[in-house]
Every structure is written in structure tokens, then in C-alpha cells.
Design a protein around this ligand. Sequence first.
Ligand SMILES: [Mg+2]
Length: 266
Amino acid sequence: MTRPKGVILDIDGTILRSNQVIPGAGETIAELRRRGHPIVFITNALESPAEQADRLAKAGVVVSIDEIITAPQILEGYLRRNLPEAALYVISDPPLAERLELDFHISEDPEEIEVVIVSCDRNFDFHKLNIGFQALRRGAKFFAVNADAICPLPDGEIPDAGAVIGALQGCSKRQVDIVFGKPSRLIAEAALERLDKPAEECLIIGDSLDSDLAMGFAAGMTTVLVLSGVTQRRELAYARLQPDHVLGSISEIFPRSFSALSASRR
Ligand SMILES: [Mg+2]
């Protein structure tokens, strides 16, 4: 009998659509648990693991905080280990800036700023762009919580961190030094460590080719694309790397025989 595979699950577009559970997702997670699969949820969203667990619980999916890994957590861990005293300039929606302010030195002085950190910022403007630009041209590090191009919302898509990164790259001619969220190696390693499994014994199930699946391809995981979120089936024709499995939604995992799914590789 083979050991149960580790399962890495994306949240938005895979388990939840806005704040509603995707039909069958709760039952699938319960069945994964019943069969002994260790599970971890990973997200590029800025809310804390406790806030994510709360969103999931309100939708009827009970998840412990320890099972959730967020991109901001990976960033914060890195800063704590490597740059605990650095002056940070944060271009982001409030949840991230407010949390970083508690533990780190935040500055708006380009002469002092050592790290420019960007994410989705719905109040991004020329003032912020100029501070970031001035700091980057003076040699500050350039970190991105995530690099997602768009963020799906209930009433349509909005520009995400990729837009802020693009603006800063356009003027500074600098590239981002580190992306912390999916598809980065850093968040993949954190997930594998939490599952205590090697990549080849893990599945990534997600709705985004650019973040979830790209992370899985790079790490050597078995990749499962669900079409319940941002990716349309027709986009697969142009995808450079093809997922191992494509499902309409996470609810199709067990009807398709999970053991066959988790055993097969590209
Ligand atoms: Mg998603």
C-alpha cells in the first residue's frame, strides 16, 4: 500500500468562488482527510491565515490555521531571518502594510529605504510610484509578495500586483529580486515542509496556470488544473506546459478515482 500523497490546494477559484464554496469542495476535502492525505492550503492573498480559515469556515469548510500558508507569511519569514532591521517601503493594500508595521521599520524616505515591497494596491498613485522609483534607483531591494496580473472579484477582474511591478520596472529598469507567493520556489518549499513530503509525492490542485500550476511544474509535483476559476479550457491550447490532469472542478477528483490520479505522472 502506497503512502497517501500530500495535497496542496489553492483557495480562490479552487475551494471558494468569492466567499461561496465551490459545490463538492467540502466533501472532497473531507474525503482526502478520511483517506489520510496531509493537506495544505496556499494562497497569494494578503489576508492572514486566521482570516482565510474564517472565510473557509463561513463557507462550511473547516480548516486549521496551521494548514494555511500565505504569500505574506513567506515574505515576513524571509524578512525576519535576513533583514530584520531593514527600512521597508510597502506599496500594498492595507492588510499587508498594517501587519508589517507591527514588526518592521517602515519608511517613506528614499535615502533610507532598503527594501521596496509591492503587492496589489488599489490606491497606487504617482506619489507612491516616485518614492519606490527613487529608492530602487538608490539600490533598494525590490520584493513582490506576489506577481499576479489580475485579481478575480465577484463583479469582474481588477489589476493585481503585476500592474504595480510593471509601473516600477518601467521607470527604474529594475527587475523584481524575489517573488514570495506562488509560483515561487519559496512558497513551494514551505508547503512541502509543512506536508513533510518530497515534491514527487505531492499534488497541486489549482485554477491558475501562471501561479499554482507553474509552481507545481517547477517543483516536480503532479499538477491538477481545475476549470472552476480563472483558467478557461481554450487557454490550455496555448499553455507551454500541460497539466497532468484537467478537471471541471475539485468535486470531480473522487469520481475519477483519486488513486489513479495521484499515481500518474506526465
Ligand atoms: Mg486560485
